[in-house]
Structure formats: structure tokens, C-alpha cells
Design a protein around this ligand. Structure first.
Ligand SMILES: [Fe+2]
Ligand SMILES: [Fe+2]
Length: 220
């Protein structure tokens, strides 16, 4: 398939995956949650924004050829966005009375699985499949739902973060258009997207289950 068409097709397919992910992760959540019960979710997001948002795009910058300077500049911008998002979640955790230290957060096995499913590739197309193509739309759906169930201050912060994520998806699309030009590469992208969604269910599902457990009167 032409790589432009392929990039559009895969983004469309991932939109459906992200819908299903949101329904599965939040299936037990009804109505607003107590602000502090969302601390484990925000701690996990603080960690993910940093560890998925900084090392993988840095690796893409190194792996892409020099002629992709325009993409490298967009990736550098993405890194600064993700650092800002990580800090925003950290600040929110602190304001809600939790430990917002990135260094002191102990990533769960599911968080680490997600890191490996994003960083452990040696091809910028494969990282794009996992990070910008699969991961960003999933995060956007998760953030949509969190904004609905969180307090107003948190919801405002989340909506601010979401303004950046659309740009990151576009970077992935551009990398696929330029480099996912063979059937082998396109098949690989599809495999990676499927694998990433398994990791996303595990990691986001765990954080939301923890939040439900700490939220009095809610099912776990
Ligand atoms: Fe982000
Ligand atoms: Fe992002």
C-alpha cells in the first residue's frame, strides 16, 4: 500500500482500538471520583510522560537520517512538551497530597513493560508505531475520560496537555509516510501497534484499579 494511505489507515484503525481501551479501562468508573483517589493514576502518568515521552523520541532523533531534519526538530519540540506534561502531573500529585517525585516513583511491572514496548526498537518507524501512532491516541482517550471524572482544576490541566498530543500523532504519521514504504515495514508497524495495545491495557488498567480501590464507596 502507498505509505501515505497506509499511515491514514493505521491512524484510523488505532482510533477504534483507543475507544475500546477507554471502555475497558474505565468500565467500573461511575461519575466523578474523589480528587485524591486519582493520585496513583497521575503518578503513573507523571512517569509515563517522562519515560515514554523523552527517551523514545530522543532515540528517533538519533536514528533518523540527516535529511529528516524537519522531523527531528518536531521531535525535539515533542520532548519539551512531554517534560512539561510530566511536571504538570507531578505538581498535581503534590497539590493533592501525594508524592510527586519522579525519582521516588516505583514503576509497576506493567509500566516497565510499556517502556520496553516503546523504547526497545532500533528503527525510528517502529518507535513511531509504538509511541506516536499507538500510544498518543490511547493517552488522549484516557485523558478525555480522566477530565470527566476529575475535579475542575485537574480537568483544566488535562485539557491543556491534550492541546499538544495531536501534534505528536502527526509526527508519527509523517515518519510512516516517509519510511514505512515496503509491505514488510507496514506489517511490522501493525504487529507493534497490536503489541503496544496489550501493554496499554495492562498499565492503564492497573493504575485505574488502584484508584478505584482507594476511592471509598466505589467498586474495585
Ligand atoms: Fe504528553
Ligand atoms: Fe505526546
Amino acid at each position: 500500500m502507498d505509505s501515505h494511505d497506509f499511515a491514514l489507515t493505521i491512524v484510523h484503525k488505532v482510533g477504534k482500538y483507543a475507544d475500546d481501551l477507554e471502555s475497558a479501562v474505565f468500565s467500573h468508573v461511575k461519575g466523578k471520583m474523589k480528587p485524591e483517589s486519582l493520585i496513583p493514576v497521575f503518578q503513573s502518568l507523571m512517569w509515563k510522560e517522562y519515560f515514554l515521552g523523552v527517551p523514545p523520541p530522543s532515540k528517533q532523533i538519533v536514528l533518523l537520517p540527516d535529511r529528516d531534519l524537519d522531523i527531528k526538530i518536531m521531535l525535539a519540540d515533542q520532548i519539551t512538551d512531554e517534560l512539561r506534561h510530566s511536571r504538570a502531573f507531578s505538581e498535581r500529585v503534590k497539590a493533592l497530597g501525594g508524592n510527586g517525585s519522579l525519582l521516588e516513583y516505583q514503576p509497576s511491572e506493567e509500566d516497565l513493560q510499556m517502556y520496553r514496548a516503546t523504547y526497545d526498537y532500533e528503527d525510528p518507524v517502529e518507535i513511531a508505531a509504538s509511541l506516536q501512532i499507538a500510544g498518543e491516541p490511547a493517552l488522549n482517550m484516557i485523558l478525555n475520560r480522566l477530565a470527566q471524572i476529575a475535579d475542575e482544576t485537574t480537568a483544566r490541566m488535562i485539557r491543556q496537555i491534550q492541546l499538544d498530543e495531536g501534534r505528536h500523532i502527526k509526527i508519527g504519521q509523517l515518519i510512516l509516510q516517509r519510511h514505512a514504504t515496503t509491505p514488510e515495514k507496514q506489517r511490522r508497524v501493525e504487529e507493534i501497534v497490536d503489541r503496544k495495545y496489550e501493554a496499554l491495557y495492562a498499565s492503564h488498567g492497573r493504575a485505574v484499579r488502584l484508584a478505584l480501590r482507594s476511592s471509598t464507596g466505589k467498586p474495585s
